[in-house]
Design a protein around this ligand. Structure first.
Ligand code: 9MR
Length: 353
């Protein structure tokens, strides 16, 4: 064969091989991203998020891979809690929250701050410190200023106050309530708004999804804030439920009522715990999928529901194991990151016209 033809054939062969090398991964990537929850949610203009376990993010590469592929918003499960962020009076620790912010930036995800003020996860120096009311107000202000200023412009939504109401509708006992009084809530919202006027400020609550005593108390709290001119833009309903939950119509009714106050709504911490004794595994997984489907559908049916977030995403890492005594498989991927029926149910809802 003349040299020219040999050269031509080699060139052609190289071109074909490189075309395949580029096209095949591109094709896989396209399939993956076209069906991911994140892509489907973006087409509908909503945020789909997950709470992030920092230990998992730092040690398990598959965790970060699935997180970035499936979600366009994140919030820290624990890293922003006062006890971790401000463990001593003169010391802050932003190591994990900075890692989270970098991860979000790299993968173009929105970050939500959770929680700024909570009655739980308060460090010992504050719990047992003998401070006056004025000192408490100063400590709260300094804390808010330090954290909000550090992430100004990067954290788009702040869950400023978390779980300030008991199941019976009364105000939850907390160091803030005891030392400052109920006005700690107004002060916190006003300060965050002053420090970052662009951030959307939300209130976050558990067991206030269905209509009833607690939901009414949350409504009154929010209505009061609005009437007093306190900057509040939205409310997060957590959705930690068991697999026998069946109150989607009540959730919709409640969301409509809250939206009528002029507030945005988010589902912030959804997980559906499979209780022992609930049918066989297949029945439990199907019922769990149905609840994810109904809740996401409820959110999509309310224009003000702008954010839907799960409390983790893989059963490999769930708070239920430590808090409820058993794992309960409450999330949408199993421990090996295989999608569960709940994942496909969410895909189905996001595709629905
Ligand atoms: O899932 C969180 C768990 O790992 C922590 O130990 C616990 C205490 O900080 O908080 C859990 O997250 C809670 C969230 O911050 C507020 N709503 C209820 C969540 C589940 O308890």
């Amino acid at each position: 064969m003349p040299k020219f033809y040999k050269f031509f054939l080699a060139l052609l062969f190289t071109l074909i091989i490189s075309w395949f090398t580029w096209q095949i991964p591109a094709a896989f990537a396209a399939t993956e991203s076209e069906t991911s929850l994140r892509t489907l949610a973006e087409k509908r203009g909503i945020l789909i998020g997950a709470a992030v376990d920092m230990k998992a993010l730092k040690s398990d590469s598959k965790y970060g891979e699935v997180l970035a592929r499936e979600f366009n918003a994140i919030l820290p499960e624990n890293a922003m809690k006062l006890i971790l962020l401000h463990p001593e009076r003169d010391r802050y620790n932003f190591t994990d929250t900075d890692i989270l912010m970098d991860f979000a930036k790299t993968h173009q995800m929105q970050v939500h701050g959770h929680p700024l003020i909570w009655h739980y996860a308060v460090p010992q120096w504050l719990e047992s410190g003998n401070f006056t009311r004025e000192q408490f107000i100063e400590i709260l202000h300094d804390y808010i200023k330090t954290v909000v200023t550090r992430y100004r412009g990067q954290i788009k939504v702040w869950y400023v106050v978390n779980e300030s109401i008991n199941r019976d509708g009364s105000l939850e006992d907390s160091i803030w309530l005891r030392k400052i009084g109920p006005e700690y809530i107004d002060l916190a919202y006003r300060w965050v708004h002053e420090l970052d006027p662009e951030a959307r400020l939300f209130y976050n609550e558990y067991s206030a999804e269905e209509v009833g005593q607690k939901a009414d108390a949350v409504y009154q709290l929010l209505q009061g804030l609005i009437q007093r001119g306190v900057p509040i833009h939205g409310v997060g309903l957590q959705m930690h439920k068991d697999v026998d939950w069946s109150s989607a119509p009540q959730l919709i009714e409640n969301m409509k009522k809250l939206a009528a106050l002029g507030l945005d709504i988010s589902i912030t911490e959804m997980d559906i715990y499979i209780k022992e004794g609930f049918g066989n595994q297949q029945q439990a997984l199907e019922k769990q999928a149905q609840i994810y489907e109904d809740t996401l559908q409820a959110c999509l049916s309310i224009p003000q529901c702008v954010y839907f977030s799960i409390w983790g995403f893989s059963d490999r890492y769930t708070w239920a194991a430590s808090w409820r005594g058993s794992q309960g498989a409450p999330l949408i991927f199993d421990e090996q990151y295989r999608p569960k029926p709940a994942y496909y149910a969410m895909q189905k809802v996001l595709r629905r016209e």
